[in-house]
Every structure is written in C-alpha cells, then in structure tokens.
Design a protein around this ligand. Structure first.
Ligand code: NAP
Length: 319
C-alpha cells in the first residue's frame, strides 16, 4: 500500500481506505465483515471510515467495529485511523440530526461508547446544516478536538463557500480542518466544478466517497442485476430502475478500456481518481474480502495516457 500526506498535515492516509456504510450492519454476517477488515489491515489499509448512522440499524456498524477491536484489532490501535461522523438523522426528536452543538456532542459520546474507543482520529460534520449557525457547528468540532475526543476535524458535503468559511473559523482558533469528504467518481464529477480549487488553495486533504458509484463502476451489473447486489439487497440509495440499458452500455465500454489497461473496471475507477494528486485517498466499500482484494490492485497502475482519459470522458459525457 502507498500512503499520501493529507493536505498540508503530517498525517498520511492509505490510497485506499475502507468504508463501512454498507455491509457492516446488523443484517450482515460478522464473519464476512471481520474477513474484510482483516484483509484490509493485512494489506496496509490503515483507515476505516464510519459514521454514527451506518448500519442498518443505525449505530450497528460502529458496534460491529467495536466488536472487531475487542477481537484483536485494538492491539493495533496506534497503527490505524478511525473516522466517524454526525450530521444525518440518528435519533428521534430535535437533537438527533443536523449541526447543533447538542447533537454533535451527544453523538460523539455515543459513537465512542459503541466502538469502545477513547478517541476518533478524524471526526466529521457529515453535512452542512443550513438551520444551524455555522459558528455553532464549527465551535463544537473545535471543542471536540480540545476535549481529546478526536484528533482531527473533517467536513463532508459542504457547499464550497461554507467549507471555506468553516476552515477560516477553525484557523482563527489554531485548529486546522484536516480533510474534506465528498462523492467523486468517473460518473460523479461535481467536485471538479466546485471544490478542487478550494482544496488546493487551503491545502486540505480530499477523500472521495462512493468511488465505484456504489458498484456501478465494477463488473457487478454488466450481465444483469445479481440478487446479492446492493441494488437488490438495499435499494435505498442505488435503485434498480436507475440501472438502465444505456447506463450498462456506457459501463461496458468503460470495462473494455479497463481490460485494455489490464485492470478490472473497479481497479480502473479507483486508479482514475488516485491519478489526481489532490485526492489523498478513496473510500471504497466491499461486500466481500475478494472484492476488496481486487480493488486494492488499483494502486499497481495509476498512470493514464491522455488518449485513455479523453476516451473515458467521451463515453461518460455522451448521451
Ligand atoms: N460522507 C458521506 O456522506 C458518505 C456517503 C456515502 C459513502 N460514504 C463513505 O464512502 C464509503 C464507500 O461508499 P460506497 O460503499 O458507496 O462505495 P463504492 O466503493 O462506490 O461501492 C461499494 C460497492 O461496490 C461493489 N464492489 C466493491 N468492490 C468491488 C469489486 N472489486 N468488484 C466488484 N464489485 C465491487 C460492492 O457492491 P455489492 O455490495 O453490490 O457487492 C460494494 O458494496 C462508505 O462506506 C462510507 O464510508 C460517505
């Protein structure tokens, strides 16, 4: 595994991090998730990305990660980076969602309890909350660091102007924002229009989530929709009806380019992101250790010819 410095900080992250949004909840087999996490760590994946609401049930991914820590991973605590987040709906009533100090403080305490950790390495505001004054959210994040409950602060899914403002407020109190997290893949290019200049200027780390477009940028759906795929098993964020013949045709053409490069489509999708130096790491999901092993080989070939890049763009852009 290769590691990159997270923006201007001294913290290095592995090029490929492991995400626990899906496949680590109460409906998943503990033996499978344990194998995924052990495979990750054995291959140098030192960064595990959680959030308070990951499951289902919300909170169960943190509880399961806590179980894995108790089952041996904790002896490697100083060799791993564990992230968590708060910002989306977690519990009923007015204090279980958004960006208030009340919610962030209660949520990190709950997340620490579920995982059995004394601190998170990175704690994120999971989304910008327009109903909460930005100062309140930022001050809560700064205080979380000052209380020793997290070492670094991250922001996720913030409009660029709000991210800039939040970073400025943090700097005024001598706490730098470490990292920005957003959706970025060959199929989701929004950060290119909005955030990349800001990240470069602020020298923040950038970590891309759903780099495989939840499985679309893999061989998963090339020959129909498998019963054990996310589109069938979960179907909440990836809908079967969105997997159209036109989309599959595009994906097959991308798959052909990947094959010419000697890569699986999943590997090419990750390499394409990691070829950009601004991308510190990608947070890949996996429903099996074998998927993760396949994805990890992405780092073997991060070079794209200008022709390959142009061909990829032309496939994605065309109607
Ligand atoms: N900040 C935020 O708001 C936010 C939002 C979303 C995600 N995230 C983070 O980003 C992480 C990753 O998101 P994601 O799970 O959507 O990621 P993803 O990497 O885009 O998709 C993962 C899915 O792709 C399939 N897959 C993975 N590797 C494969 C391979 N080598 N070959 C074939 N199929 C493969 C699996 O689908 P099947 O399950 O169908 O097998 C897997 O569940 C999350 O776990 C979370 O930590 C953050």
């Amino acid at each position: 595994m290769y590691y990159r410095f997270c923006g201007a900080s001294g913290l290095q992250l592995p090029l490929i991090s492991l995400g626990m949004w899906h496949n680590f909840g109460d409906n998943d087999l503990y033996s499978v998730m344990k194998e995924i996490v052990w495979t990750a760590f054995d291959n140098g994946v030192t960064h595990f990305d959680l959030a308070n609401n990951y499951g289902p049930l919300p909170g169960s991914a943190e509880t399961n990660f806590g179980r894995m820590l108790s089952n041996g991973l904790k002896s490697h605590r100083d060799e791993i980076i564990v992230s968590s987040k708060a910002g989306h709906l977690m519990w009923d009533g007015p204090y279980g969602d958004g960006g208030s100090r009340k919610y962030l403080m209660a949520s990190i305490n709950q997340s620490l309890k579920r995982t059995g950790l004394e601190y998170f390495d990175i704690f994120y505001s999971h989304r910008y909350c327009p109903e909460t004054p930005l100062e309140e959210t930022v001050q809560a994040l700064i205080d979380i660091v000052k209380q020793g409950k997290a070492l670094y602060i991250g922001l996720s899914k913030y409009p660029v102007d709000k991210a800039e403002e939040a970073c400025r407020m943090m700097k005024e109190q001598h706490v730098r924002c470490l990292i920005y997290q957003d959706r970025y893949s060959m199929l989701s290019r929004k950060p290119e229009e909005s955030h990349l200049d800001f990240l470069e200027k602020e020298r923040l780390g950038f970590i891309a989530f759903s780099p495989l477009a939840q499985g679309l940028l893999t061989n998963r759906y090339l020959n129909g929709i498998p019963q054990d795929s996310r589109a069938v098993k979960s179907g909440v964020f990836l809908h079967r009806e969105d997997i159209t013949p036109q989309l599959i045709q595009k994906i097959s053409r991308l798959n052909n380019i990947a094959a010419e490069r000697g890569q699986s489509l999943a590997q090419m999708a990750l390499s394409w992101l990691l070829a950009k130096e601004l991308v510190t790491s990608v947070i890949a999901g996996a429903s099996s250790a074998s998927q993760l092993k396949d994805s990890l080989k992405a780092t073997d070939n991060l070079y794209f010819t200008p022709e390959e890049l142009a061909k990829i763009d032309s496939i994605i852009i065309e109607d």
